[in-house]
Design a protein around this ligand. Structure first.
Ligand SMILES: [Zn+2]
Length: 443
């Protein structure tokens, strides 16, 4: 439906910027009621009020609401109910109040809106990369990446709302048998999934592209597009044929986890590996080949011996694309302090993951638990060796960071913890891309 009045939120936004000299530090608060005492309370609290148009302009409002840093809901009409839903999807702080509490609620809202605004502005200046998502696991459920699809946690809308620029989407292979036939089937399946990711991206090529290098990511961000990088989760995909490493690299795969939950033809896993098997002779060849062709060695899911073997064998830094801290949550998928120190010594990175079972041994994990893991990893390894790999659509997702649309909350928490902008840039992919750059530089 077309707007029926001349109200234009962008013009209004510009007007506010002129009215408030310190506008860049002034959150824009949408009001659903023109009562002047409400506008005054918002201004007194340090916000810039915009009175939102009535409900019959709802469709139009959906496209404009992203400019708001906060919403003050006064009445309970269809407009407020629509805005509540829009705000929820976009993590826009809202307050619903009654006139008696006007000033207090205005202050609370402006405080929240300021934090939200600062996080959004920061995301405009830095590149944000999630190093691990498993969305292809839902490809057989007829998902639509270009729409807001409730079946998946990462799609174009959610990436936009969470201000996530890029994600590494993996072709995941469940560990099965190791006969020649099984291994050929594993390689074929990895290729099939990579084809499907490419087809999905091609459908929305005006909004998202595949990125092959860190430089591609920065270029796509400058073009206003989202980026997908390709990964493979499980060295099972290599089969018995070493030439598959270079072939996968040539089609864009940036990293390969050596294994998944179960030993494979390369190495021992962190699961079902009582003998603590490490990297075998073929695995060693594969790691050398990955170094040669510029593919990152990923030790998430590896057993302890595999971890140390891989560190020894690889001539390049290695990563844990989605693993948290074992000192805080005793799960074999997590890294001990000793492992983290060894990883960092070799220039690698560990990416905190948002999977409940790796953050908390009992009960539901929240964003605060993830921050506690990250803080510990920074304490052990230093700020140059950490990052975020959500594991969204592979069972990742916690309270406060339940999908890509909520990732802006992670930055709000980092700001609250007083991480500097440079620190946050490193956490949000700067460190991971440093490793990628080093590994890809194969000349
Ligand atoms: Zn995984």
């Amino acid at each position: 439906m077309k707007p029926t009045s001349k109200f234009d939120i962008k013009a209004e936004y510009k007007r506010l910027h002129r009215t408030f000299p310190g506008y860049k530090a002034t959150p824009i608060i949408g009001l659903t009621n023109g009562n002047p005492s409400i506008s005054q309370a918002i201004m007194k609290a340090g916000g810039a009020p915009i009175i939102l148009p009535p409900h019959h302009q709802a469709d139009w409002l959906v496209n404009q609401v992203n400019l708001l840093d906060g919403i003050f809901l006064v009445d309970d009409r269809p407009l407020e109910r629509l805005l509540t839903k829009l705000a929820e999807d976009r993590q826009i702080p809202t307050v619903q109040t009654n006139p008696a509490m006007l000033e207090v609620y205005a202050e609370i809202l402006v405080l929240e809106a300021t934090s939200f605004m600062e996080a959004k502005q920061l995301h405009n200046r830095i590149l944000t990369l999630d190093s691990h998502c498993d969305t292809p696991m839902f490809f057989d459920q007829d998902i639509n990446f270009a729409s807001r699809d409730p079946k998946i946690l990462v799609d174009l809308h959610k990436m936009t709302e969470g201000r996530l620029d890029a994600t590494i989407m993996v072709a995941y292979l469940e560990q099965q048998g190791l006969t020649d036939e099984d291994l050929l089937a594993a390689t074929a399946k990895a290729d099939r999934i990579l084809n499907e990711i490419e087809a999905m991206v091609a459908k929305s090529k005006n909004h998202v592209n595949i990125a092959y290098t860190p430089a591609d990511l920065y270029r796509l961000k400058a073009e206003g597009k989202k980026a997908i990088m390709l990964g493979i989760e499980n060295g099972y995909a290599i089969g018995k044929d070493i030439t598959n490493v270079e072939r996968f690299r040539k089609r864009g795969v940036v990293y390969l986890t050596l294994c998944h939950n179960g030993n494979n033809q390369l190495c021992g896993s962190c699961r079902d590996n009582d003998e603590n098997l490490g990297v075998n002779a073929f695995g060693e060849q594969v790691i050398h080949e990955m170094n040669r062709v510029g593919m990152i060695v990923d030790i998430s899911h590896s057993g302890i011996q595999t971890f140390y073997d891989a560190l020894d064998i690889s001539t390049k830094p290695i990563v844990a694309s989605h693993s948290s801290s074992r000192a805080l949550c005793n799960h074999p998928r997590n890294l001990t302090d000793e492992q983290m120190k060894a990883l960092a010594q070799k220039g690698g990175v560990a990416q905190v993951t948002l999977y409940n079972g790796f953050l908390k041994e009992e009960g539901k994990a929240t964003i605060q638990d993830a921050i506690a893991h990250l803080n510990h990893m920074v304490d052990v390894m230093g700020i140059e060796h950490v990052g975020i790999g959500t594991d969204f659509d592979g069972d990742g997702g916690i309270i406060g960071c339940a999908s890509a649309s909520e990732l802006i909350n992670f930055t709000r928490c980092l700001l609250k913890e007083r991480y500097s902008e440079e620190d946050i840039r490193r956490i949000w992919g700067g460190n991971f891309l440093r490793v990628m750059e080093e590994v890809q530089n194969i000349s």
